[in-house]
Design a protein around this ligand. Structure first.
Ligand SMILES: Cc1cc2nc3c(=O)[nH]c(=O)nc-3n(C[C@H](O)[C@H](O)[C@H](O)COP(=O)(O)OP(=O)(O)OC[C@H]3O[C@@H](n4cnc5c(N)ncnc54)[C@H](O)[C@@H]3O)c2cc1C
Length: 434
């Protein structure tokens, strides 16, 4: 049977990323029934990494994506590949004890190696460059950053950081806002959508089947009478395992998973290439994340555009012109730049958990999920996708470690949930360090 034509492709919301990444032709949606070892729902880093891992192991994988590869957070994010988790390691040690927290740190470190290995093995050109700076606006905040660095060194042996001030700071970023910062030498930054499309191509090369414009509309767990089933508008996947990788875009598809996460919006804009001015702003070519509430996060891309993110909306609304929120912020960070137009601006959704640590879960019948990276998922989502895939393939050790992180669901919509969400969002924006 001839497959139906792909849904007309809406332009990718992150126009600059879309234009500067290798072109992508939208794959047609699924038409008819298909059998697989695993059905992955969502083609962001979590889902693509899961699909790639399973394809590497010779499994039959189907990926269903409601829009297109990298349409969610993975194709719109700030491109900052940061160490560790959103919560500080001291909080994780309190939550799960020193031994598990040590293993969790090692796990997060392994996400960096995973990224580099895949970039090398599959020749994913995504402009990976080293280093991030957590920038402090006050001396008190700088002292907190130093304390967090010392904690990491003491408890987790992490020594790839240093504190910078004065001329050393200005040699990295030339903003009057900052009094100092913590440089993480082993963090990195990259072009998010190039990475997503590269992972998708790698998975397809190994046999994964990708259907776009193809939302999963119902999931039925497997039972004694048959495998799990995932229904789409025109088709159905029957699979031994269903990996739910829809993160902040999950909606009501699987309420047992959705209750652990709430979406919030954050915004990013790209200037045109700034020529010599770019290097004058960020001479160290580092990714910068501020250590304060309502943080700004920014970096240069490979052509010298300033990619500038910040602001947010706990009601997950994305305004018509997200650039309006960012213009004032940019002026405060780099007053010497004057008024520069944005080439494009967009918003995207981050999935928060109550603890801001990722949440992994599973149900009988072959259904599992990973989500809730709370704005710190560039590296963790790929790692968690790999871990979901391992678990679906019978190797649950790393899944079980992450699943031991304690999580409580958000309460149903109402005043208590709203207050909780504001508190969690404030904690995330007040990202003190690694
Ligand atoms: C604006 C922004 C800036 C960010 N900046 C950073 C940063 O600098 N550093 C960092 O570490 N993290 C950052 N993040 C977070 C990071 O991007 C995410 O944690 C990560 O990309 C999550 O990947 P994912 O695959 O789990 O989810 P996503 O990339 O959101 O993918 C989920 C996919 O599921 C699809 N989907 C949903 N429902 C269905 C369905 N029913 N059927 C089929 N498909 C479905 C969606 O269309 C989507 O493509 C940022 C996020 C945003 C939004």
């Amino acid at each position: 049977m001839t497959p139906p034509p792909a849904a007309p492709a809406a332009p990718h919301p992150a126009a600059t990323y879309d234009r500067t990444a290798p072109a992508w032709t939208r794959r047609p949606p699924l038409d008819g029934a298909i059998d697989a070892d695993a059905c992955v729902i969502g083609a962001g880093y979590t889902g693509l990494s899961a699909a790639l891992t399973l394809a590497e192991r010779g499994r039959r994988v189907v990926v269903l994506e409601a829009q297109e590869v990298g349409w969610g957070a993975s194709g719109r994010n700030g491109g900052q590949a940061l160490s560790g988790f959103q919560p500080e390691m001291a909080a994780l040690r309190r939550a799960v004890g020193a031994a598990d927290a040590g293993s969790l740190w090692e796990l997060a470190e392994s996400a960096k190696a995973l990224l580099r290995a895949r970039i090398a093995r599959y020749a994913i050109a995504c402009d990976l460059r080293p280093r991030a700076l957590y920038a402090a606006l006050t001396r008190g905040r700088l002292a907190s950053l130093e304390a967090v660095g010392a904690d990491l060194a003491r408890h987790h042996g992490y020594d790839r950081w240093r504190i910078v001030r004065g001329a050393e700071l200005r040699a990295l970023v030339d903003s009057p806002l900052y009094v100092g910062g913590l440089v993480d030498e082993d963090a990195a930054h990259l072009h998010p959508l190039k990475l997503a499309r590269g992972l998708a191509r790698a998975a397809e090369t190994l046999g994964a089947r990708l259907f776009e414009g193809c939302p999963a509309v119902a999931v039925t767990p497997g039972s004694a009478s048959g495998p799990a089933r995932v229904r789409t508008a025109e088709g159905e996947v029957r699979a031994g395992a269903v990996l739910l990788c829809a993160n902040a875009y999950l909606g009501g598809l699987v309420p047992a998973a959705a209750r652990f996460v709430l979406p919030v919006a954050t915004f990013v804009a790209a200037t045109a290439p700034l020529g010599a001015r770019a290097q004058a702003l960020i001479p160290g070519d580092v990714a910068v994340a501020e250590a304060r509430p309502m943080l700004n996060y920014f970096r240069l891309d490979a052509e010298g555009r300033l990619i500038f993110g910040g602001g947010g909306d706990v009601a997950a609304r994305i305004p018509g012109d997200p650039g309006a929120v960012l213009r004032k912020r940019l002026r405060a960070v780099f007053p010497q730049l004057g008024a520069v137009p944005f080439e494009s601006a967009w918003g995207g959704l981050v999935a928060l958990t109550r603890s801001t640590a990722p949440q992994l879960g599973r149900l009988p019948g072959g259904l599992s999920w990973a989500h809730g990276y709370s704005g710190h998922g560039l590296l963790l989502s790929s790692l968690c996708g790999q871990i979901l895939a391992e678990a679906a393939d019978g190797d649950t050790a790393r899944f079980d470690l992450l699943a031991r992180l304690p999580h409580r669901p958000f309460p149903p919509a109402g005043r208590v949930r709203a207050a909780l969400l504001h508190a969690v969002a404030a904690a995330v924006r007040f990202k003190e360090a690694l």
